[in-house]
Design a protein around this ligand. Structure first.
Ligand code: ADP
Ligand code: 5GP
Length: 207
Protein backbone atom coordinates (compact mmCIF):
# COMPACT_ATOMS: atom_id res chain seq x y z
CA UNK A 1 0.00 0.00 0.00
CA UNK A 2 1.04 3.57 -0.43
CA UNK A 3 2.67 5.24 2.55
CA UNK A 4 1.43 8.57 3.82
CA UNK A 5 3.59 11.68 3.65
CA UNK A 6 2.44 13.01 7.00
CA UNK A 7 2.00 10.74 9.98
CA UNK A 8 -1.35 10.11 11.58
CA UNK A 9 -2.81 8.46 14.68
CA UNK A 10 -5.19 5.53 14.36
CA UNK A 11 -6.90 4.30 17.50
CA UNK A 12 -8.62 0.93 17.83
CA UNK A 13 -10.89 0.34 20.83
CA UNK A 14 -13.40 -2.36 21.70
CA UNK A 15 -14.82 -4.41 24.52
CA UNK A 16 -12.12 -6.82 25.69
CA UNK A 17 -11.82 -9.87 23.43
CA UNK A 18 -13.36 -8.36 20.27
CA UNK A 19 -10.03 -8.63 18.45
CA UNK A 20 -8.35 -5.22 18.43
CA UNK A 21 -4.89 -6.47 19.44
CA UNK A 22 -5.01 -9.04 16.62
CA UNK A 23 -6.08 -6.35 14.15
CA UNK A 24 -3.50 -3.81 15.36
CA UNK A 25 -0.75 -6.40 14.80
CA UNK A 26 -1.99 -7.04 11.26
CA UNK A 27 -2.18 -3.32 10.46
CA UNK A 28 1.35 -2.77 11.78
CA UNK A 29 2.70 -5.06 9.04
CA UNK A 30 1.96 -2.31 6.51
CA UNK A 31 4.77 0.02 5.52
CA UNK A 32 5.09 3.13 7.69
CA UNK A 33 2.73 1.87 10.42
CA UNK A 34 3.95 1.46 13.98
CA UNK A 35 2.20 0.21 17.10
CA UNK A 36 2.32 2.41 20.16
CA UNK A 37 3.65 -0.07 22.72
CA UNK A 38 1.89 0.76 25.98
CA UNK A 39 3.13 0.48 29.52
CA UNK A 40 1.01 -1.64 31.83
CA UNK A 41 1.00 -2.89 35.40
CA UNK A 42 -0.87 -6.07 34.48
CA UNK A 43 1.01 -9.36 34.43
CA UNK A 44 2.15 -10.68 31.04
CA UNK A 45 0.19 -13.49 29.37
CA UNK A 46 2.29 -16.59 28.59
CA UNK A 47 2.82 -15.57 24.95
CA UNK A 48 3.53 -11.87 25.63
CA UNK A 49 6.99 -10.36 25.39
CA UNK A 50 8.20 -7.35 27.36
CA UNK A 51 9.01 -4.47 24.98
CA UNK A 52 7.05 -6.04 22.14
CA UNK A 53 3.49 -6.45 23.41
CA UNK A 54 3.78 -4.08 26.37
CA UNK A 55 6.33 -2.64 28.74
CA UNK A 56 5.37 -4.54 31.88
CA UNK A 57 6.15 -2.40 34.90
CA UNK A 58 5.26 -2.11 38.61
CA UNK A 59 2.59 0.23 39.98
CA UNK A 60 5.30 2.32 41.64
CA UNK A 61 7.20 2.68 38.39
CA UNK A 62 3.99 3.61 36.59
CA UNK A 63 3.17 6.29 39.16
CA UNK A 64 6.67 7.74 38.76
CA UNK A 65 6.17 7.95 34.99
CA UNK A 66 2.85 9.77 35.54
CA UNK A 67 4.62 12.28 37.80
CA UNK A 68 7.31 12.82 35.19
CA UNK A 69 4.58 13.55 32.62
CA UNK A 70 5.77 10.71 30.38
CA UNK A 71 2.34 9.64 29.16
CA UNK A 72 0.34 11.01 26.27
CA UNK A 73 -2.63 9.40 27.99
CA UNK A 74 -3.12 6.88 30.76
CA UNK A 75 -6.02 5.12 32.44
CA UNK A 76 -6.98 2.48 34.94
CA UNK A 77 -8.58 -0.49 33.17
CA UNK A 78 -9.67 -3.73 34.89
CA UNK A 79 -7.75 -2.68 38.05
CA UNK A 80 -4.48 -2.13 36.22
CA UNK A 81 -2.80 0.97 34.84
CA UNK A 82 -2.16 1.38 31.13
CA UNK A 83 -0.47 4.29 29.34
CA UNK A 84 0.92 5.42 25.99
CA UNK A 85 4.45 6.80 25.89
CA UNK A 86 4.42 10.44 24.83
CA UNK A 87 8.03 10.44 23.65
CA UNK A 88 7.70 7.38 21.43
CA UNK A 89 4.49 8.60 19.80
CA UNK A 90 5.64 12.16 19.15
CA UNK A 91 9.01 10.99 17.78
CA UNK A 92 7.33 8.68 15.28
CA UNK A 93 4.79 11.32 14.24
CA UNK A 94 7.58 13.81 13.66
CA UNK A 95 9.21 11.23 11.38
CA UNK A 96 5.94 11.18 9.37
CA UNK A 97 5.10 7.70 10.57
CA UNK A 98 1.61 6.40 11.31
CA UNK A 99 0.91 5.25 14.84
CA UNK A 100 -1.70 2.64 15.72
CA UNK A 101 -3.03 2.55 19.26
CA UNK A 102 -4.78 -0.33 21.01
CA UNK A 103 -6.28 1.66 23.87
CA UNK A 104 -9.59 2.02 25.67
CA UNK A 105 -12.23 4.77 25.41
CA UNK A 106 -10.73 6.74 28.32
CA UNK A 107 -7.37 7.05 26.58
CA UNK A 108 -9.09 7.83 23.28
CA UNK A 109 -10.93 10.72 24.91
CA UNK A 110 -7.69 12.08 26.36
CA UNK A 111 -5.89 11.97 23.00
CA UNK A 112 -8.89 13.52 21.23
CA UNK A 113 -9.02 16.36 23.77
CA UNK A 114 -5.33 17.13 23.22
CA UNK A 115 -6.11 18.32 19.68
CA UNK A 116 -2.62 17.47 18.48
CA UNK A 117 -1.60 18.78 15.11
CA UNK A 118 -1.74 15.30 13.57
CA UNK A 119 -4.53 13.45 11.89
CA UNK A 120 -6.55 11.34 14.32
CA UNK A 121 -8.88 8.56 13.28
CA UNK A 122 -10.75 6.41 15.80
CA UNK A 123 -12.14 2.95 15.09
CA UNK A 124 -14.39 0.84 17.31
CA UNK A 125 -14.48 -2.96 16.94
CA UNK A 126 -17.58 -5.00 17.79
CA UNK A 127 -17.87 -8.76 18.22
CA UNK A 128 -20.44 -10.63 16.09
CA UNK A 129 -22.21 -11.95 19.22
CA UNK A 130 -21.68 -11.87 22.98
CA UNK A 131 -21.29 -15.65 23.00
CA UNK A 132 -18.49 -15.48 20.42
CA UNK A 133 -16.74 -12.78 22.47
CA UNK A 134 -16.98 -15.00 25.56
CA UNK A 135 -15.50 -17.92 23.61
CA UNK A 136 -12.63 -15.74 22.38
CA UNK A 137 -11.89 -14.55 25.91
CA UNK A 138 -11.98 -18.10 27.34
CA UNK A 139 -9.57 -19.24 24.61
CA UNK A 140 -7.21 -16.31 25.11
CA UNK A 141 -7.25 -16.44 28.90
CA UNK A 142 -6.65 -20.20 28.85
CA UNK A 143 -9.88 -20.81 30.78
CA UNK A 144 -8.92 -18.46 33.65
CA UNK A 145 -12.58 -17.74 34.42
CA UNK A 146 -11.82 -15.08 37.04
CA UNK A 147 -10.16 -12.90 34.41
CA UNK A 148 -12.83 -13.75 31.83
CA UNK A 149 -15.60 -12.70 34.25
CA UNK A 150 -13.83 -9.44 35.09
CA UNK A 151 -13.56 -8.62 31.38
CA UNK A 152 -17.20 -9.55 30.71
CA UNK A 153 -18.32 -7.33 33.58
CA UNK A 154 -16.99 -4.29 31.69
CA UNK A 155 -18.63 -5.38 28.43
CA UNK A 156 -21.76 -3.19 28.41
CA UNK A 157 -19.97 -0.05 29.57
CA UNK A 158 -17.20 -0.45 26.98
CA UNK A 159 -19.77 -1.23 24.30
CA UNK A 160 -21.77 1.92 25.04
CA UNK A 161 -18.83 4.08 23.91
CA UNK A 162 -19.12 3.12 20.21
CA UNK A 163 -20.87 6.39 19.38
CA UNK A 164 -17.72 8.38 20.21
CA UNK A 165 -15.77 6.76 17.35
CA UNK A 166 -15.32 7.77 13.70
CA UNK A 167 -15.81 4.30 12.30
CA UNK A 168 -17.42 1.15 13.74
CA UNK A 169 -16.92 -2.34 12.34
CA UNK A 170 -17.90 -5.90 13.32
CA UNK A 171 -15.05 -8.39 13.64
CA UNK A 172 -16.69 -11.62 12.54
CA UNK A 173 -14.41 -12.86 9.78
CA UNK A 174 -10.96 -11.46 10.61
CA UNK A 175 -9.86 -11.03 6.99
CA UNK A 176 -13.00 -9.12 6.01
CA UNK A 177 -12.80 -6.89 9.08
CA UNK A 178 -9.12 -6.12 8.43
CA UNK A 179 -9.87 -5.30 4.80
CA UNK A 180 -12.61 -2.86 5.81
CA UNK A 181 -10.34 -1.11 8.29
CA UNK A 182 -7.50 -0.82 5.79
CA UNK A 183 -9.86 0.68 3.20
CA UNK A 184 -10.78 3.37 5.71
CA UNK A 185 -7.20 3.95 6.82
CA UNK A 186 -5.97 4.25 3.24
CA UNK A 187 -8.60 6.87 2.45
CA UNK A 188 -7.42 8.80 5.49
CA UNK A 189 -10.69 10.65 5.71
CA UNK A 190 -13.99 10.10 7.46
CA UNK A 191 -15.70 7.01 6.09
CA UNK A 192 -19.37 6.37 6.43
CA UNK A 193 -20.85 3.25 7.99
CA UNK A 194 -24.42 2.07 8.48
CA UNK A 195 -25.20 3.71 11.84
CA UNK A 196 -28.68 2.20 12.12
CA UNK A 197 -27.39 -1.29 11.48
CA UNK A 198 -24.63 -0.87 14.07
CA UNK A 199 -27.04 0.60 16.64
CA UNK A 200 -29.31 -2.45 16.22
CA UNK A 201 -26.32 -4.79 16.50
CA UNK A 202 -25.19 -3.08 19.72
CA UNK A 203 -28.72 -3.32 21.14
CA UNK A 204 -28.67 -7.09 20.56
CA UNK A 205 -25.21 -7.40 22.14
CA UNK A 206 -26.44 -5.58 25.23
CA UNK A 207 -29.33 -8.00 25.86
P1 ADP B 1 -8.75 -7.64 22.26
O1 ADP B 1 -7.39 -7.08 22.00
O2 ADP B 1 -9.85 -6.85 21.64
O3 ADP B 1 -9.01 -7.91 23.71
P2 ADP B 1 -7.68 -10.03 20.95
O4 ADP B 1 -7.10 -9.46 19.69
O5 ADP B 1 -6.74 -10.40 22.04
O6 ADP B 1 -8.83 -9.06 21.53
O7 ADP B 1 -8.57 -11.27 20.52
C1 ADP B 1 -9.18 -12.13 21.49
C2 ADP B 1 -9.07 -13.58 21.00
O8 ADP B 1 -9.91 -13.76 19.86
C3 ADP B 1 -7.67 -13.98 20.55
O9 ADP B 1 -7.43 -15.31 20.95
C4 ADP B 1 -7.71 -13.86 19.02
O10 ADP B 1 -6.83 -14.76 18.40
C5 ADP B 1 -9.17 -14.21 18.73
N1 ADP B 1 -9.74 -13.54 17.55
C6 ADP B 1 -9.57 -12.26 17.15
N2 ADP B 1 -10.31 -12.00 16.04
C7 ADP B 1 -10.96 -13.13 15.74
C8 ADP B 1 -11.89 -13.50 14.71
N3 ADP B 1 -12.29 -12.64 13.77
N4 ADP B 1 -12.38 -14.76 14.71
C9 ADP B 1 -12.00 -15.65 15.66
N5 ADP B 1 -11.12 -15.37 16.68
C10 ADP B 1 -10.61 -14.12 16.72
P1 5GP C 1 -5.34 -6.06 27.76
O1 5GP C 1 -5.06 -6.27 29.22
O2 5GP C 1 -6.42 -7.01 27.26
O3 5GP C 1 -4.11 -6.10 26.91
O4 5GP C 1 -5.95 -4.60 27.63
C1 5GP C 1 -7.04 -4.21 28.42
C2 5GP C 1 -7.61 -2.90 27.91
O5 5GP C 1 -6.64 -1.87 28.12
C3 5GP C 1 -7.95 -2.88 26.43
O6 5GP C 1 -9.17 -2.16 26.26
C4 5GP C 1 -6.81 -2.10 25.82
O7 5GP C 1 -7.18 -1.45 24.63
C5 5GP C 1 -6.53 -1.12 26.92
N1 5GP C 1 -5.20 -0.53 26.83
C6 5GP C 1 -4.04 -1.12 26.46
N2 5GP C 1 -3.04 -0.22 26.47
C7 5GP C 1 -3.57 0.95 26.83
C8 5GP C 1 -3.04 2.27 27.02
O8 5GP C 1 -1.86 2.56 26.84
N3 5GP C 1 -3.92 3.23 27.42
C9 5GP C 1 -5.24 2.99 27.63
N4 5GP C 1 -6.01 4.00 28.00
N5 5GP C 1 -5.77 1.77 27.46
C10 5GP C 1 -4.94 0.77 27.07
Amino acid sequence: MSSFKKGGMFILSSPSGAGKTTLVKKISKNKNFFVSISHTTRLPRPNEINGKDYYFISKNHFKKLIKKNQFLEHASVFNNYYGSSKKMVIEKLKQNKNIIFDIDWQGTRQIRNKNLNYKLFTIFILPPTKKELLNRLIKREKKNMKTVKKRMKGFNKDLSKWKEYDYVVINDDLKICYKKIMQVIKKKKLASFDRNFIAKHVKKLML
